[in-house]
Write a protein that binds this ligand. Structure first.
Ligand SMILES: [Zn+2]
Length: 238
């Protein structure tokens, strides 16, 4: 498995790597990567990969996990080969937006679970908007808007967001650890924890900003009622 640089260096924008394999001329596997692959309902990173020997550059248009490997889809095809030494660069504007949205989703879900006792059932985060699904007995738009107001108040307090690891057994004893209903973290010995200090923490493999103020302001877009287990809220960022 490639070294996942995005797990511990969320502000890393450029790095060197070696190409482990290329299939169909366009699916590139690296020995180390900071390209976040589409997972956990969060969109993928894009950017460029440049071969050191001749400066040839390709665009990374998609990153995903396939058979346990992080695969980078590049264009044009056929330019990068197995064994190449490369320099990678993230499209930082896109990644940073996703980090802000993802962190905002933590704050909102924190309030949904603490104040409304809702269970988060899904989420979808893109660079334009984000969606959180949750189960809730009463569907009340005003309540949802109130949670957004509370979230924005908390964001202004600028709490630090920390990432650390805990032993799996110990971590999973804590019922607060797993927020997404029916989603247990992968079978690894150490569980990665994302902790908005003094507010909420959870097992999580994604990228977040390091302090809440970077999120900006959450804007309510709409709320849809798709049934008791699928109340949906869409939000943007300012
Ligand atoms: Zn997260």
């Amino acid at each position: 498995m490639a070294e996942k640089l995005y797990m511990d260096q969320m502000y890393l924008k450029e790095w060197d790597a070696h190409v482990k394999s290329v299939s169909q001329g366009k699916f590139v596997v690296l020995d180390r990567t900071a390209f976040y692959p589409k997972s956990g309902g969060v969109a993928w990173d894009t950017g460029t990969i440049k071969r050191e020997s001749d400066g040839k550059e390709v665009k990374v248009i998609y990153a995903g996990k396939f058979s346990g490997k992080i695969s980078h889809q590049v264009e044009p095809e056929g330019k990068i080969e197995k064994g190449d030494k490369v320099h990678c660069t993230l499209d930082w504007d896109r990644r940073y937006k996703l980090m802000r949205f993802h962190t905002a989703a933590h704050v909102l879900s924190g309030f949904f679970s603490k104040e409304l006792d809702a269970k988060i059932t899904g989420n979808n985060i893109t660079i334009k908007k984000a969606r959180i699904d949750f189960s809730l007995d009463d569907f009340d738009r005003d309540k949802i808007k109130e949670m957004i107001e509370k979230s924005n108040e908390l964001i202004k307090k600028d709490l630090p967001v920390e990432v650390y690891y805990k032993n799996r057994k110990e971590a999973l004893k804590d019922p607060n650890m797993v927020k997404l209903a029916n989603a247990l973290p992968p079978k690894v010995d150490k569980i990665r924890i994302v902790d908005i200090k003094g507010f909420d923490y959870q097992a999580d493999g994604g990228c977040h900003v390091k302090s809440l103020k970077e999120v900006g302001e959450i804007i309510f877009i709409k709320a849809d009622n798709k049934g008791k287990n699928n109340r949906r809220v869409y939000f943007g960022l300012k």
